[in-house]
Every structure is written in structure tokens, then in C-alpha cells.
Design a binder for this molecule. Structure first.
Ligand code: 4NP
Length: 163
């Protein structure tokens, strides 16, 4: 059994790290805290296009509407440290998943890769859609999907920690 003081380290990944993955980081952190789960949470982009930037203002506005506050700054995925520093690396869509998979150094790295859609409990979608070119409803949809998957991920971790 896992020592209850061991923190599970989770990294969420999308393309720009300014919309979906910082929202996943924010929402999952809130849901995990509510469930008193011991976790370390961060997010990164498969690109460095927006490195150092705050979360997109449209996503911050949507998050605020749902009672969340995003504070992280965009940073690129760093294969040389992130594969070692995290237990789970969770991609928002198929392309993010493939991009990270191609950077995996070995089977141990590959086993850490997941897709956010795999944790849906009520929602159904093949991926977390990129809202960057969408209107406000695209951002709200991402939040709804991430809330559902975050609860699913909390359930998964609780089950895993109980074994
Ligand atoms: P994200 O969204 O991957 O959810 O952060 C995007 C952010 C920026 C761009 C595309 C998607 N972009 O083309 O700059």
C-alpha cells in the first residue's frame, strides 16, 4: 500500500499551456483539495509559444464564473525532468498525447501517459477540445469536461491508494 504521506504528482499537458491544461490544473487542484487528496499538480505545453504568459484571459474569465482562479504561468513540457518529476502525465487531446509519447525515453515514461477523456464519469467526448478559436461557450464546455474528468481522476486515485 502506498504511504498516505506520499504525494501523487500529476502534470496536465496541452498545446499552448494557456487554455486547457492550466484550467485542468486549477480545477483538479480544487477538486482534490475538497477530497483531502495529497497531490502535487502542474501543467505544461507541448509548445513554448506562450512561455511565461498568464492563462488566456477568456479562460480566466470562464474559470472565475465557475468559482476558480488560475494563477499559473505557461511553460513548455521538459522531457529531461518532467518524466521523472511526475507520476501521471495527462494529455488533453490525441495530438498532445502523441507529441509527449514521442518524447518518452523508455517504457517507464510511456506508462505515465494518460488522456484526460479516460477519466470521464458522466461526460462523453473523445478529447478536451481546443477552445482557442472558439467563442465563450467553448471555454465553458472545457470547464464542464474538466470538472467531470477531475472527479473521475480523484475517484481513480482514491481507489489506487486504497490498494
Ligand atoms: P491550449 O490552447 O493548448 O488549450 O493552451 C491553445 C493556445 C494557443 C494556441 C493554440 C491552442 N495557439 O495557436 O497559439
Amino acid at each position: 500500500m502506498k504511504n498516505p504521506i506520499d504525494k501523487t504528482r500529476i502534470l496536465f499537458v496541452c498545446l499552448g499551456n494557456i487554455c486547457r491544461s492550466p484550467a485542468a490544473e486549477t480545477i483538479f487542484k480544487a477538486v482534490a483539495t475538497k477530497h483531502k487528496l495529497n497531490v502535487v499538480v502542474d501543467s505544461a505545453g507541448t509548445s513554448a509559444w506562450h512561455e511565461g504568459e498568464l492563462t488566456d484571459h477568456r479562460m480566466r474569465e470562464s474559470l472565475q464564473k465557475y468559482g476558480y482562479k488560475a494563477t499559473s504561468l505557461s511553460r513548455p513540457f521538459r522531457p529531461e525532468t518532467d518524466f521523472d518529476d511526475f507520476d501521471m502525465i495527462i494529455a488533453m487531446d490525441e495530438l498532445n498525447y502523441i507529441d509527449i509519447q514521442q518524447l518518452a525515453r523508455n517504457e517507464t515514461d510511456e506508462k505515465k501517459l494518460f488522456k484526460m477523456k479516460d477519466f470521464f464519469i458522466g461526460q462523453k467526448a473523445d478529447f478536451i477540445p481546443d477552445p482557442y478559436y472558439s467563442g465563450p461557450s467553448g471555454f465553458d464546455l472545457v470547464i464542464n469536461l474538466l470538472e467531470d474528468a477531475s472527479q473521475g481522476l480523484v475517484n481513480h486515485l482514491k481507489e489506487k491508494n486504497a490498494n
